[in-house]
Design a protein around this ligand. Sequence first.
Ligand code: ADP
Ligand code: MG
Length: 438
Amino acid sequence: MSTLWDQTLAELRHDLSSQDYVAWISCLRMAPEGSDALTVEAPSAFHRNWVQKHFLERIRSTVASVAGRPVPVVVAVGAPPMMAAVGAVAANAPRPRESGNGAAPATPPLSFETFVVGSCNELAHAAARSVAEAPGRQFNPLVIHGGVGLGKTHLLNAVAHAIRARFRSYRVLSIGAEAFINEMVTAVRRQQMDAFHARYRRIDTLIVDDVQFIAGKERTQEEFLHTFNLLCAAGKQIVLSSDRAPRDIPQLEQGLRSRFEGGMIAEVTVPDSETRRRILERKAALAGFTLPEPVLAFLATRVRAISVRELEGALTRIRAVASLTTRPVDLALAEELIGPLYPETRDRVSVERVESLVCAQLAVEASQLAAGRSSRAVLARQIAMFLLKKLVGLSLAVIGERYKRDHTTVLHAVRVIETRRTCDPEVRRLVGALEEKL
Ligand code: ADP
Ligand code: MG
């Protein structure tokens, strides 16, 4: 059952908007199996009602398509009964006017104006600004890398937007690496490579998001390098994003790697609480509402997000309740809605602490934890995934994002460690020692 739910989550994540997914779906937990039905638990009654109203049909059909047969799906409340109060009001409230997520703001533009700068992204932001002011002058290429949901696509869009506004005659092409690959494959198949080359040669600024996807694809990398060299030689600006540093992208062709490394490389990292606070403040303002000081402080400390999308999810939930009920947005509301999702244990055992202890215990370098291929690094990664699941309570999806792995890989890792712990004394000792320290 748990894989059924994990696969369903993966499908839903693909189908729903990321706001809806993060705000309402990602925090549903599968209840212990007991009957034929698949029971998932929502953190509050309000949450359950919302999911039932807006997403249950979608969840049912997805579960059925994953399982290959209809499976009854039940949404229950997994949090303390005090939640019922909010749910009761919400259940009687009229359906929101807008479809889907009624409280969602029109998405604010991904521009420099809406980007919050903190120590986690200062360098990337400054480099992006400078590229937007004088494209092709310095920092060519500019490579922005970092984990999921940390603002890479936002910054790339901001650059594109600013260059278009400032240099009206510039031809700016902003494209995801997957779209680039598809375009190229189609051109090859239709024997239209000349047109493909001509199109890319005309560009003044080339912006490619998630460039790690081209790794391992021989012909695509060849074409990309070719385009890259032509544009660079002509002094055109290139901006790239990647989910990891160029040196850590496996199967990246050497020529490309050295080209990427010859430019400006800037990392975006997880925001600290001060930056989280300013992001929340700004996002709320953009959506046209103000969070009272205590709520802001609570959210900024409690939602120790490893992705800015989690902060957006917290805001979306609070806005939904505020817009559907007469409840004021106060600390009590924030605690009820957000508290169960970010239990305080997550403050005590932080992700960073788990990782640094695992690295120390297994004598693996921090940089090897996500990318290392030695058997030691693989074991360290599996143990880290196991502990993040068991002790920190992160979802498979969130852990997967952190290590750039599929959620099924994370599930596999958790099971491997569970098994090896019972039959491999070395693993039992390591995990035991870590649990002790944590
Ligand atoms: P990535 O491409 O790194 O996965 P995105 O750029 O898609 O992440 O960011 C995810 C969401 O978080 C977007 O809605 C984006 O606007 C928001 N976001 C990320 N960083 C910031 C920031 N520093 N200021 C404002 N919004 C941010
Ligand atoms: Mg992105």
